[in-house]
Design a protein around this ligand. Structure first.
Ligand SMILES: [Zn+2]
Length: 221
């Protein structure tokens, strides 16, 4: 093999391998918010043209590298289309440590009452899909009206308040009053059927009920 071809194979292997961790991470977390759609689309188009170029020149390293990279990019683009953000709702929020509990969702700009705060909040899983759900995802699962409902990120990070500023739903979390920039977005966990409720409330509002007990627990005992 001529030395220049070895360089070609090395280049092909490295640029292709560089993508694997990102695809694995995005696939596992279903989180592609940090990926720019424009970058992905431009990059995929470029890789596609490289592939055409390689096929015309019959350069195996160029063909192989760009075919695999293109396939990996198609995975990222489809994840982005399914789970990623569209400009608007999500750009209004950020996930960061919360004084209420763990991580919380915070407004990065004022959000008006009735505005969508988070898009694509929950997935309804079939019994089949439920079997394949990793153990660490199960804490975000609730049975609502007989359906297996998985709270997705970032909606799963929304904390409870006894005086919430948002209301949840399968598709959107919506502001029920104006939320100021920097304010934590909160919902009422009892009303939202959040799983595993039996905990002391830490919301610190004057009207705090003190203890959160899920509707499923209330009927048990
Ligand atoms: Zn409370």
């Amino acid at each position: 093999m001529p030395p220049v071809e070895i360089v070609g194979y090395c280049a092909a292997t490295l640029t292709t391998l560089a993508f694997v961790p990102q695809v694995t991470k995005s696939w596992r977390s279903r989180s592609v918010r940090d990926l720019s759609f424009l970058t992905l689309a431009t990059f995929s188009s470029g890789v596609f043209l490289w592939l055409v170029y390689g096929i015309v020149l019959r350069e195996i390293p160029i063909i192989a590298a760009n075919a695999v990279t293109l396939a990996l990019n198609v995975v990222l683009v489809s994840l982005k289309l399914r789970h990623g953000s569209l400009p608007g709702p999500r750009s209004a929020i950020v996930v960061k440590p919360s004084p209420i509990h763990g991580r919380g969702v915070f407004a990065t700009r004022p959000i008006e009452a009735g505005e969508i705060v988070i898009d694509g909040c929950r997935d309804v899983l079939s019994d089949e899909a439920l079997k394949d759900l990793p153990e660490d995802e199960r804490v975000f699962l609730s049975v609502i009206d007989g359906r297996n409902v998985l709270f997705k990120p970032p909606a799963r990070f929304v904390n409870h308040s006894c005086d919430p500023n948002a209301r949840g739903g399968d598709h959107h979390d919506v502001a029920i009053r104006r939320i100021e920039a920097g304010e934590e977005v909160t919902v009422d966990y009892v009303a939202e059927h959040v799983p595993g409720l039996n905990l002391r409330c830490n919301c610190r509002v004057p009207a705090c009920r003190g203890w959160l007990i899920g509707s499923d627990r209330a009927t048990d005992d």
